[in-house]
Design a binder for this molecule. Sequence first.
Ligand code: SF4
Ligand code: SF4
Length: 104
Amino acid sequence: MSIKIDKEKCTACGKCLKVCPGSLIYKDETNKAFIKYEKDCWGCTACLKECKAGAIKYFLGADIGGKGACLHTIQDKDLLHWFIVKPDGKEEKITINQKDANKY
Ligand code: SF4
Ligand code: SF4
């Protein structure tokens, strides 16, 4: 499991650095985030949930989305949209209202 950070989308907010439990994410010379030790990522998705810019992609295992599928998020006020992008380019969206996140 691992993530990839798109520096074009990264706004250098630094939130992903703060939430990574393994301290795997660093800032480059322009304050954009990058993951230093990809193989050490255990896929907790904490960084994905914090990235309001949709700059982080999380690669899904073959048993979840198929080889090459990935996950990213887009924040819209209280709504967090999770997008699963399959290898053929098709997308599935799951939307969570973060106000309801601890409801159940
Ligand atoms: S998925 Fe979890 S462990 Fe992996 S880089 Fe993001 S916050 Fe760190
Ligand atoms: S949370 Fe997203 S926008 Fe903010 S530093 Fe990390 S990758 Fe960049």
